[in-house]
Design a protein around this ligand. Structure first.
Ligand code: GLP
Length: 253
């Protein structure tokens, strides 16, 4: 695991954007796994700024998102669909057909199979998502945030390291950490997330963490042996991981 410790959030956003832009410059057909949350917001801002002046920045890039809430329609302002649309997709020349976000409404599956229950449809949506990743040739680079409890994507503590895309129940601490994104209502209780094995199958992984609220999780990542009780520790099993942290998240440890 390679550690890059930067001064502050702005530098973290710059570094992360540089990694992202380098990936799509080196391979214009790159397949990326993308995070949401507050940490990557600065990175997306930098990317949008850089791509404004570039021709065909995202033309042939394919993206998959790590996760999406269950039962939150894509047009809902707190959905990860809306997050991605507002922060990245509507500003760049990406082909809408190359954007993939798990469908927490399983709308397409349900319209093809109207007799399925919602849970059956969600399970099929997860299988469909894994097939889409495989069909795109697998993930080249995965960018990740880090939950305060060590989650990656929405893989909460206890998630098996061999897990694939599936429906998960969110911890109460995760729901309260994400409450600012739901100013007008309750944070959903379930989500679809790419699994830990889905993430580990990426050829390279970049994990971002900023601010002192992440310092305990970063300390655990730096010091503990891999264990499902701390999901990010699974990254120790991967040969190409870069952790970009600011000084506040790096803490004293
Ligand atoms: C959310 C997302 C994760 C993200 C994490 C950290 O729960 N599902 O993918 O990495 O929280 O979020 P933040 O960057 O806002 O601290």
């Amino acid at each position: 695991m390679k550690w890059v410790v930067v001064e502050d959030y702005d530098e973290l956003s710059n570094r992360a954007a540089a990694r992202f832009l380098e990936a799509i410059e080196n391979d214009p057909r790159a397949v990326l796994l993308l995070p949401t949350g507050s940490t990557p917001e600065g990175m997306y801002r930098e990317i949008v700024g850089a791509c404004r002046s570039r021709y065909r920045c995202f033309r042939d890039v394919t993206t998959f998102n790590l996760d999406e809430y269950v039962n939150v329609p894509p047009e809902h302002p707190s959905s990860y669909c809306a997050y991605m649309r507002e922060r990245l997709f509507r500003h760049v020349d990406i082909d809408p057909a190359r954007i993939h976000i798990p469908d927490g409404m399983a709308a397409a599956v349900r319209s093809e199979n109207p007799s399925l229950s919602m849970d059956e449809a969600l399970d099929l949506e997860c299988e469909r998502y894994e097939r889409a990743i495989a069909g795109a040739g697998g993930i080249g680079m995965a960018l990740l945030g880090l939950g305060r409890n060590g989650h990656i994507g929405f893989n909460e503590p206890g998630s098996p390291f061999d897990s694939r895309t599936r429906v998960v129940t969110l911890e109460e601490s995760t729901r309260s950490a994400n409450a600012p994104f739901f100013p007008e209502g309750e944070v959903p209780r379930r989500a679809i997330t790419a699994g830990i094995a889905t993430i580990l199958a990426a050829r390279s992984i970049v994990l971002l963490a900023a601010g002192d609220a992440k310092a305990p999780a970063i300390r655990r990542l730096a010091t503990e042996l891999p264990d499902p009780s701390f999901p990010a520790s699974a990254l120790a099993h991967h040969p190409d991981v870069t952790v970009i942290v600011d000084k506040a998240a790096k803490g004293r440890g």
